[in-house]
Structure formats: C-alpha cells, structure tokens
Design a protein around this ligand. Structure first.
Ligand SMILES: Cc1ncc(COP(=O)(O)O)c(C=O)c1O
Length: 332
C-alpha cells in the first residue's frame, strides 16, 4: 500500500485531487482562530484537536438571510448564548462583534439567500475530554447557499414515522450542542424506512420533535397543538408560527393555538400535521406511521401559516436585520 507523506507543499494539490462537489454550496467562512474570512472551501477546515471535533464540545445556531436581510437574528443569537451558558462555554472575545462578523461573512459569500451557521467551540487544546485543556474558545461562521427543498414536498406533503431511538434528556434537548448524533441517527432511520422525517416520543409516549424540526398538529377540534418545549428544542420557527397562528385564531380560521401533550393516536386522527424549521419553514406531513393524515393532501392551516411566515420573513422589518451589502466595495 502506497501511503503518501502530506506536507505543506503538497497539501492543497492533494485536496484538489479529490472531488468534493458538495463544497460548491459553501460560500464563505469566518474563523476566530485565523481572524479572517475565506471563500475557498479548501480552507474551511478546523483543527482536529478542537474539542468540538473529537468530543462534540461546542454549540451552534443556524439562521437565514432572506433577500439580503437576516431573519430573527436576535432570537438565534439569544439561543446561541443560552447554549453557551448551558455548557459553561466562555464566549470568545470575537463574539462581541458577532453581528458585524456575520454581516461581513454573508457579504463575502455574495448571495442574498443563504444559511448562516455560527458555531462556538471549546477550542483546540488536546485530544482529551478535559475542557480545561483548551486555553481559548473559538467561533466559526459558515455561510452556505440556500437551496429550498423540492417544491413537490410542499405540494404533495411528506411522510413521517415514529422514531425508535432514545430521546435526548431535557438538558440536551434544550441546547443546540454539537452532540447531534441522536439527530443524525433519526434522519438516517427515516430515510432507511423510506420516509424523510421521523419524530421522537418522550418516555410518556408523547410527541417530541423531529431530527431538526419541531412538529405542529392540527386537531379536528380546531386546536393547533405544539409539544411543550421541555423535551424539544425551543424552535425559533415554531415560536414564530405559534405567534402567527394567533392571527388565524382572531380570523376564526382555527379555535386556539396551544402547547400540549400530543399522543401519536391524536396525531393519527389530526386534520393536519406539519413540521417547522429554519430551512424548511412549514412542511406538510400527509402520512404518519403509514396512516393517511386528514385528506392526504396539504391542508388549509399549513397554507395559511406558510403565507403568514413568508410575509413575516420578507416584510416584518422589526425582526429583519439589514446588512450593508456595499461593505466589500468600501474595503477595496
Ligand atoms: C433538534 C431541533 N429541533 C427543532 C429545530 C427547529 O428549530 P428552528 O426553527 O430554530 O430552526 C432544530 C433546528 O435547528 C433542531 O435542531
């Protein structure tokens, strides 16, 4: 077996020899360690000895830039800071400029429709589990091209199954730590079962959340229910959809929007089920555990909430943050 010696001289040539087509969607990355932004996917790497990599010791959040403006930036940063507090991770000094750094990385990426992933890591230190081996925490900002799900999934709806994997405890469900193995396995489980999404149940048998989605269940009694945010992440989209659903209550389109225990049986009998999340907005579920949900087609509450959410994402200036798209020009 011929094992090559990788050196500084041949490193990039070696990388270039391996096709990695998925990196064409990686627009830009800021790394606190290098204090700079790159647009070259070959440079979008973090050291193996960052405890984020080998222990999952870090936290992240994920937000969207819509038509060149950041949607719900404040809410996402508040949740990121909650995650950091939850795992006692000291915010890196660069975090004080987080808004500026996000904006600069997005502008460097050059696309007005993109996803932004901010990761806080314990930082490089050693290969041990000991966080005190890491002298300085780090921050990485990745900007990724936004590719919406295929329209057919919204037109026809998706299939959901109940997950058989053990659910996270409340502590881990309520922070966005970089320990997403249960979430990754839930996604695998769904795809392996011929579905796209799976939903976890808590120990009492009530619905919790999907791999990276919250769930909403529209009962035949006119009540739209979301699982309590105890065994599920407090989704920024679910919270917003809940607020927007109150508008449907005042219009008389639904009776009530509430947080509640929801059994799978209640969900089987629902008139509509949908998933919510930053990159998918509201996604209708038309089959759950092999049963047809409602009419078997996306329903009116899904459509009304999608319309409200899209309007919110494009026109609600109270929760949209402007970016100075000319900042690159200025620095030239
Ligand atoms: C476990 C989990 N639940 C729910 C969500 C949906 O949350 P949001 O609407 O903030 O994207 C996510 C998304 O990141 C998630 O990772």
């Amino acid at each position: 077996m011929d094992i090559r010696a990788i050196t500084k001289e041949n490193f990039f040539q070696t990388i270039a020899a391996h096709a990695r087509p998925w990196t064409s969607d990686y627009l830009s990355m800021y790394a606190s360690q290098w204090q700079g932004i790159t647009r070259d996917p070959d440079l979008m790497v973090i050291p193996m000895d960052d405890h984020l990599v080998h222990r999952g010791d870090g936290g992240f959040d994920f937000m969207r830039c819509v038509r060149g403006k950041l949607y719900q930036l404040k809410e996402h940063l508040e949740r990121l800071e909650r995650t950091a507090r939850g795992i006692s991770l000291e915010l890196p000094a660069e975090y004080h400029h987080i808004r500026e750094l996000i904006a600069a990385t997005v502008v460097a990426g050059g696309e007005k429709e993109c996803l932004i992933r901010v990761t806080l890591s314990r930082g490089p230190g050693s290969f041990s589990a000991n966080p005190y081996d890491c002298p300085v925490s780090q921050m990485y900002i990745n900007v990724i091209r936004f590719k919406p799900l295929p329209p057919a999934l919204y037109q026809d709806g998706v299939t959901l199954i109940t997950s058989k994997l053990p659910i996270k405890t409340a502590f881990f469900a309520n922070i966005k730590s970089c320990n997403y193995l249960p979430n990754a396995l839930m996604k695998k489980e769904a795809i392996d079962a011929g579905a796209l999404y799976s939903v976890a149940l808590d120990e009492k048998g009530f619905l919790a959340e999907g791999s990276t989605e919250n769930i909403g269940v529209m009962g035949r009694d006119g009540v739209l229910r979301f699982p309590h945010f105890t065994r599920t992440l407090s989704g920024i989209t679910a919270n917003r959809v809940f607020q927007l659903a109150k508008g449907l209550v005042s219009r008389g389109a639904i009776k009530e929007a509430a947080f509640s225990d929801i059994s799978p049986e209640a969900a089987y009998d629902a008139s509509e089920i949908f998933l919510t999340g930053t990159s998918l907005n509201v996604l209708p579920v038309v089959r759950y555990d092999g049963r047809r949900i409602g009419t078997g087609s996306p329903g009116p509450v899904y459509r009304a909430l999608t319309d409200l959410l899209i309007k919110d994402m494009t026109q609600n200036h109270e929760i949209l943050t402007e970016i100075n798209w000319m900042m690159n020009e200025k620095s030239k």
